[in-house]
Design a protein around this ligand. Structure first.
Ligand code: ADP
Ligand code: MG
Ligand code: ZN
Length: 611
């Protein structure tokens, strides 16, 4: 035995220790990991620090990333010398593995649709007859499901359609934000349709085909046709089908990719419509796709797979909670209401995080508390108990967060302030104010945009008011507030001076938060935009200060309690926030944004109208 004292711990505990920043160094072996804790390292020099051993879980490939992130010194462990048994095993085990793999390959190839050899290369696209997913596993995207059901029907009863001269669609494109279940849907169709299902992702496609020549693409379609009726699924199509127009630029284009794309286009034109091969592709960036891909006869059907609404979220939670033991107080409907904007993958993650949390606390079932903690964890990141703030920092963070909460309690449309915490969390947050909307919102009304900006500036304003100076902690708030103010002018047309003109081009349909390139504008307009943005920010800042001045006693009182308790939530927080007082300036400033009455009677404006 090496070290003075060795004890074996669970792998999960090891991970927890890394995340808590407690691990000083680790030696990684293929069959065990030996590590030392910081707390033990700093003890007397003469004594050997205590070593802990854990057995790594196979296939955990992010370990080195995690170690690097937490600045743990790590190195490799020499293979353990476990005597004759080890020697014997090393002779016997490899043949066993080989037999296993071989048997598995045999089983696969006997199961009907085998691996498809592409061209003369050894590259394969796997045919997944049974992907293990069914339509029942996909919830909350009913329209998309219905459309895909139709595709399944095409494949199963082709004659029914062709008899009347109808053409079966060749290509279906699933479009939607990440994590909404596009890949899952495609897998479900494979099972439901009961036909061979060839699956490859766009980047694999490039790896396999680009540079080898477009003939391989032809080969792929040849083979697919032989297996018809079948489905060919290309995931992340954008990796392959990027617009040829944009491919140029500084680097000088990508000839190989272009050729492959051309061949794909040609193939799609070439195969007979009713050959029984349906190409399904998925992407979350439809706007970068080459328009030639989208024209009729190619991916002529586009199915939008959007983020679920409240009812959809409830259904998705139900799917994922099926195998989880929920305590009686958990109402999935309420959870769905608390998670607007969550995609299917986020909800799956939420259920799992909550279950992990409950297990960690040795509970018999997953409670509401676990779910709330999991929501917070997803929204704000992990608690970082190791990040210790000094007194001044702590005080600054407390006033900052209470500032957000007080202003947030008054502003329209942002929901209820549920919790204030000064326990550091996630990558950057030293404290946070959790404000959850009460319902799904698809539009933000003008005064809500302005209110949001004021709330964002509430933190910094509290610092100014109390300490007479500001910290660096507000930079993220300022960034967000400025972005929002700029968007309200350039994208939403909310500025009276500039009017409803779009100064930005929308490019990223599903990737929010990316800044959009500005339309070509004259220097004068550009300056006016800047001035408008500045005016909004300055106005909001003034209002935030004004509100906090009026509620200064409450601010001080709440911040002191927060410093003591570190977390304020529930009824207690409600009692404090009930006492927040409005100011006349605030009301008139929020109103100022409303549509110009010379142009339109505000009463005739229907806020629910879709733009
Ligand atoms: P996408 O391909 O759209 O980025 P995925 O299909 O890979 O998303 O979804 C990832 C995971 O999230 C799925 O395996 C599933 O567990 C969960 N998920 C996503 N959307 C849904 C949904 N609509 N219903 C049920 N589970 C979903
Ligand atoms: Mg996907
Ligand atoms: Zn803040």
């Amino acid at each position: 035995m090496r070290g003075t004292d060795e004890s074996t711990v669970a792998y999960s505990q090891f991970i927890n220790q890394i995340e808590a920043g407690n691990v000083a160094s680790a030696k990684i072996g293929s069959d065990r990991i030996v590590y030392i804790l910081k707390s033990e390292e700093t003890q007397e020099q003469s004594k050997q620090p205590k070593e802990y051993t854990t057995i790594p879980v196979p296939g955990d490939s992010d370990l080195s990333g995690l170690l690097r992130e937490h600045k743990v010194e790590f190195s490799a462990l020499p293979p353990s010398n476990s005597g004759w048994i080890g020697t014997l095993l090393s002779w016997i085990v490899p043949p066993l593995i080989f037999v296993g793999l071989w048997g598995w390959l045999m089983a696969r190839s006997q199961g009907g649709a085998a691996a498809l050899t592409v061209g003369k290369s050894r590259a394969r696209i796997y045919a997944e007859g049974n992907t293990g997913a069914t339509f029942d596993d996909v919830a909350g995207v009913d329209e998309a499901k219905a459309e895909l059901q139709e595709i399944v029907d095409f494949l199963q009863h082709a004659a029914k359609y062709t008899r009347l001269g109808a053409k079966i669609p060749k290509g279906v494109l699933l479009v939607g934000p990440p994590g909404t279940g596009k890949t899952l849907l495609a897998k479900a169709i494979a099972t439901e349709a009961g036909v061979p299902f060839f699956s490859i992702s766009g980047s694999e496609f490039i790896e396999l085909f680009v540079g080898i020549g477009a003939s391989r693409v032809r080969d792929l379609f040849e083979q697919a046709k032989r297996q018809a009726p079948c489905i060919v699924f290309i995931d992340e199509l954008d990796a392959l089908g990027k617009s040829r127009a944009n491919a140029g630029g500084i680097i000088g284009g990508n000839d190989e990719r272009e050729q492959t794309l051309n061949q794909l286009l040609a193939e799609m034109d070439g195969f007979d419509t009713n050959a029984g091969v349906i190409l399904i592709a998925a992407t979350n960036r439809p706007e970068v796709l080459d328009p030639a891909l989208l024209r009729p006869g190619r991916f002529d059907r586009q199915i939008v797979v959007d983020r679920p609404d409240k009812i959809g979220r409830e259904a998705i939670l139900r799917v994922h909670a099926k195998n989880v033991k929920l305590s009686e107080d958990v109402a999935l409907e309420k959870l769905a209401a608390r998670t607007p904007g969550f995609a299917g993958a986020d909800l799956a993650n939420l259920v799992n995080e909550a279950a992990l949390m409950a297990a960690r606390k040795n509970r018999n079932s997953v409670t509401v508390e676990d779910f709330n903690e999991a929501i917070e964890r997803i929204l704000t990141g992990l608690e970082k108990k190791s990040r210790v703030l000094n007194e001044i920092e702590k005080k600054t963070v407390a006033y900052h967060e209470v500032g957000h909460a007080i202003v947030g309690a008054l502003m329209p449309g942002a929901g209820v302030v549920e919790k204030i915490s000064i326990v550091p969390r996630g990558v950057a947050a030293l404290g946070y104010t959790l404000q959850l909307p009460e319902e799904d919102r698809f539009l933000t009304i003008e005064d809500e945009v302005r209110g949001r900006i004021v709330t964002l500036l509430g933190g910094r304003s509290a610092e100014e008011l109390i300490f007479g100076k500001v910290s660096t902690g507000a930079s993220d708030d300022i960034q967000k507030a400025t972005d929002l103010a700029e968007r309200s002018v350039t994208l939403y047309g909310m500025s009276h001076k500039l009017g409803p003109i779009a100064f930005e081009k929308i490019q990223q349909q599903f990737l929010e938060g990316l800044t959009n390139p500005r339309r070509a504008v004259s220097p004068k307009i550009s300056e006016e935009i800047d001035l408008e943005v500045k005016e909004i920010i300055e106005g909001a800042h003034h209002i935030a200060l004004n509100i906090l001045q009026k509620n200064r006693d409450l601010l001080e009182e709440t911040a002191k309690i927060l410093l003591e308790k570190e977390i304020l939530e529930g009824e207690e927080l409600k009692e404090y926030l009930k006492r927040v007082q409005k100011t006349p300036e605030m009301e008139s400033w929020l109103l100022k944004g409303q549509l110009n009455s010379n142009l339109l009677e505000p009463t005739s404006y229907n806020g629910k109208e879709k733009s």
